[in-house]
Design a protein around this ligand. Sequence first.
Ligand SMILES: O=C(O)CCC(=O)C(=O)O
Ligand SMILES: [Fe+2]
Length: 207
Amino acid sequence: MNDERIGPPCWQTLLDSPPMWLGLGLFGLERANELQRQLDQQLHWQRPTLTLYGRQHLIPRRQIWMGDPDAAYRYSGESFTPAPWHPAVEEIKVAVERSLEASGQRVSFNSVLLNRYADGEDRMGWHSDDEAELGEDPLIAAVSLGAERPLRFRWQDRRGAAFNVWLPHDSLLVMGPGTQRQLQHALLPRKLPGMRISLTFRRVYPR
Ligand SMILES: O=C(O)CCC(=O)C(=O)O
Ligand SMILES: [Fe+2]
């Protein structure tokens, strides 16, 4: 086991414009397994309600916002104060920033949305991460731990066919500038077993 390793050994280009790429093997299997276990057991996973057309719904997954104290975030009409950084999440943030830097992108994230999908029934609907506090054309980096699921993308202007990006355990999906403006994404329900945790790192610009 090589613990000194920084960043995925293997990058795949998914799209040139907007730039989207996938890194495989961010931590190595053993560390990735351990991080998934720690996040699963140690975080205070929440299931908030969402108001849709005046009705309250429990979200179909568990989640936590985490980040710097001033990185407050609005989501579906509600404002969230982030939970303080957990050491395992900080470790993942540093690994993501280092591997981005190794591929020529200097970014520093100040918040992350963690999602926990118990199995294939848990999901996230169509959206793009285009809230005003993310600034124009943000870069968003998504780490996947656990069961492999496809993230589905569709073009906002329907210029091309929708497509899946399968996100394996221990992978890093980078959605570069323009991705949120041009595409929407969703984690649709699938008859697939196994728990999955995703961490989508962002930079929030406080008002
Ligand atoms: O779970 C995923 O991979 C996607 C999560 C997502 O789209 C988000 O956190 O905004
Ligand atoms: Fe998203």
